[in-house]
Design a protein around this ligand. Structure first.
Ligand code: BGC
Length: 739
């Protein structure tokens, strides 16, 4: 007994020591210190400079000026350059033609896939399937590294309750708990177990922080909020990615509390390094350092560089502020040599962790590029994940379609391969998209059963195609109307002040509905839309987002019921823009709206308080029934815990997957708590008639929050737990907790 205890202790000590050495080995590489002793000031600054390549018709090309800078050791990192051949050429310059031969780092925006494009991130998050998202990130990493890349500017961890903001499409929606699970999964998927493995990619946590909360939903706009709300609602997904091991972080464009994130030492030092223990390097966003002049925070570009590096900004993306001024700033003492060295050391240590000092060409592999890209397996996975990400918003029985029935396929986006890829499509190409939605429906239904008419464009007032569309509808038994936003209407710099379906598309829907034919609307878009005017005319509505390379087939899979839809919204869909921001994590207020006729309660006079579609909503071709919530005990204390469980039954005719969601409410807190806070979810696949018990653990960690004194922990009191298939469709139970 004593001996085995001894062995256990020894093993634990040895293991802990190994873990420490491993950590030290990867981020405190002895070669880095040796190298730094030999580096000139120019060469040190060069390691903090990141410049873009240009992309021409013949592929990537670096401006000659930048190539000269690489040669001079004055530019140590480049982005937007890929292909195994091209990155090798650039790397050869850095390794063979510079004094010290320090390898370049190649970065790129691999946001939802590299060559095989998955659904946009908002779509991915609607799968509520972090495991599958991790696998998608692993595939993206394999494809990107085969093209010579080392570094992706992803995961994008920005929580947002702002549908006007175009970049809501790039994130995981409105919930910090779901967002954290996804940002950690993506980080694991990219970085794998070993960053030096040539198939793994350095992750970059962005846009740190709170970029998803711009005033009025306008991109790059001011962000301001309490520190409590920042920590509770916006920071968790960034933190989760850092905890999952991400070794780079990108600062956001916005200011926070009056200080641009780019030079915000509270964010970059106090929180990121001191509290979270982040060991990697921080990069600015594109020209973010110079933009501090426009913010009115820096006097000029040199001043911006001084402010940035002193606040903890290690690398300058594209501003050339460090490139032009950092040497002088150090020589004049405005930036200490220690500060410079710390940043350089961080960058070099990450290069070492990637294995670039062992073999700078390990990621440039034309063989891998040819064989590991857009493989049949990758495409098959993309197809199933795209189908999994789609959300059936409504259905009166119009869906699924029957093979063999005559279908009119109509709509501006029905025959577009380009829009399927979304606005930030890595190296995805339209030529790689095998089928538009129209093509895929034709294949599934048989060509003789499909008639197509475009009807109208996504934008503009042109109604001249309506009559052909109506003729097509009259000749069919059902209509599939594929409408929404042009894919360039979401993503960066794509804010909208009106979130209804643009152009005359809604009018076309109304005309088609008037034919009496059931209309299944397939939506392609990158934000929650205001669908209030459309919903009454749609027999069914399928939210397909921008579903990626295999999106055409995935839509057909769901429409015909080959895949039973299982997606759930990760963002609330408002009834109109006036309700925004509207989200499930809301507080009760002092005057919650409970009396239908009351005036002086927190309500609107012209619309209900409830959204059109709540967070977590999503239908299936089958139905699920939930038992009442059962608790293992009515109370617990201290470090103990209880379980909350429900039995879910598939009460329909077909197999289906349900995402069971658990929310909690702390009834009285030292600061007010949200009415529903997501704290658990689980996907269950059930055959018709099958039941499964789903059990969630509840312990002190589940109940913890930033208390009045800003310490993190639970408080004694009464709680509610809600379990169901959507945030507005739950069963509840009560329990108490004693600290
Ligand atoms: C975007 C970042 C992106 C960077 C590099 C910026 O405009 O905000 O998300 O990673 O460009 O392409």
């Amino acid at each position: 007994m004593k001996r085995s205890l001894f062995l256990l202790v020894v093993t634990a000590v040895v293991f802990a020591a190994c873990a420490r050495t491993q950590e030290a080995g990867s981020l405190n590489d002895p070669r880095v210190d040796k190298l730094m002793k030999r580096m000139t000031l120019d060469e040190k600054v060069g390691q903090l400079v990141l410049f873009t390549s240009d992309w021409t018709v013949t592929g990537p090309s670096m401006r000659q000026g930048y190539i000269d800078d690489i040669r001079a050791g004055r530019c140590g990192n480049i982005f937007n350059a890929y292909t195994a051949d091209y990155t090798r050429k650039m790397q050869e310059i850095a390794v063979n033609e510079t004094r010290l031969g320090i390898p370049l780092l190649f970065g790129y925006d691999v946001i939802h896939g590299f060559r095989t494009i998955f659904p946009i991130n908002l779509g991915l998050s609607s799968s509520w399937d972090p495991q599958a998202i991790e696998e998608a990130s692993r595939i993206a990493a394999r494809e990107a590294t085969a093209a010579g890349l080392h570094w992706t500017f992803s995961p994008m961890c920005d929580i947002s309750v702002e549908p006007r903001w175009g970049r809501i499409s790039e994130g995981a929606g409105e919930d910090p708990f779901l967002g954290s699970a996804i940002s950690a999964a993506m980080t694991r998927g990219y970085q794998g177990e070993d960053l030096s493995d040539p198939a793994t990619l350095l992750a970059c946590v962005k846009h740190y922080a709170a970029y998803g909360a711009p005033q009025a939903g306008r991109d790059y706009n001011t962000v301001d909020m309490s520190e409590r709300w920042l920590r509770e609602f916006y920071l968790p997904p960034y933190k989760a990615a850092v905890e999952a091991g991400a070794l780079s972080v990108m600062a956001s464009f916005n200011e926070l509390d009056g200080v641009p994130a780019t030079a915000n030492s509270f964010l970059l030092k106090d929180v990121l390094r001191d509290e979270w223990g982040f060991k990697g390097f921080v990069v600015s966003d594109y020209t973010g350092i110079n933009e501090m002049v426009c913010h009115g925070y820096a006097a000029d570009e040199a001043d911006a560089g001084r402010l940035a590096i002193n606040a903890g900004m290690d690398m300058d993306m594209q501003s050339a502020s460090y490139f032009n001024y950092l040497k002088d700033l150090v020589q004049s003492g405005k930036v200490s040599r220690h500060t410079l060295d710390e940043s350089v050391r961080r960058v070099l240590n990450v290069k070492a962790a990637l294995g670039l000092f062992d073999d700078p060409y390990k990621y440039c592999s034309p063989e891998r590029e040819a064989t590991e890209t857009l493989t049949e397996e990758n495409k098959a996975f993309a197809r199933s994940l795209a189908a999994e990400s789609m959300v059936l918003l409504s259905n009166d029985g119009t869906l699924p379609l029957r093979k063999g029935e005559k279908i009119a396929v109509i709509g501006a986006l029905a025959d577009s391969k380009d829009d399927l890829l979304g606005s930030w499509r890595g190296a995805g190409e339209v030529q790689s998209v095998p089928a538009s939605i129209l093509d895929a429906i034709r294949e599934a239904a048989g060509p003789g059963n499909v008639v197509y008419a475009e009807g109208c464009k996504e934008m503009g007032e042109d109604r001249s195609g309506f009559s052909r569309a109506l003729t097509a509808a009259y000749g069919a038994s059902k209509v599939v109307l594929v409408i929404g936003e042009d894919c360039q209407w979401s993503g960066e710099a794509a804010s909208r002040s009106d979130i209804r379906i643009p152009g005359v598309q809604s009018e076309l829907l109304q005309k088609l509905a008037a034919t009496g034919k059931p209309v299944a609307v397939v939506l392609l878009n990158g934000r929650p839309l205001d669908l209030s005017e459309d919903l009454p005319y749609a027999g069914a509505m399928l939210e397909a987002w921008f579903p990626g390379t295999m999106g055409g087939y995935a839509v057909a899979d769901v429409l015909f019921g080959d895949v039973n839809p299982s997606g759930k919204l990760s963002v609330t869909f408002p009834r109109n823009l006036g309700q925004v921001p509207i989200y499930h994590y809301a507080k009760n207020t002092g005057r919650p709206y409970v009396h239908p006729e009351a005036k002086y309660e927190s309500r609107y006079l012209d619309v209900p308080n409830e959204p059109l579609f709540a967070f977590g909503h999503g239908l299936s071709y089958t139905s699920f029934e939930y038992s009442p919530v059962e608790l293992s005990a009515a109370s617990f204390s201290g470090e103990g815990g209880i379980t909350a469980s429900v039995t879910v039954t598939n009460t329909g005719e077909v197999e289906g997957t349900e995402t069971v969601q658990m929310y909690i409410r702390d009834l009285v807190g030292s600061v007010t708590r949200p009415v529903k806070q997501l704290k658990g979810f689980e996907r269950v696949r059930l055959a018709p008639g099958e039941s499964r018990e789903v059990v969630f653990d509840i312990d002190a960690a589940t109940l913890s929050f930033y208390r009045a004194d800003m310490t993190w922990g639970p408080e004694s009191g009464e709680f509610k737990v809600f379990i169901g298939g959507a945030s507005d469709k739950v069963n509840e139970a009560s329990f108490s907790y004693l600290d």
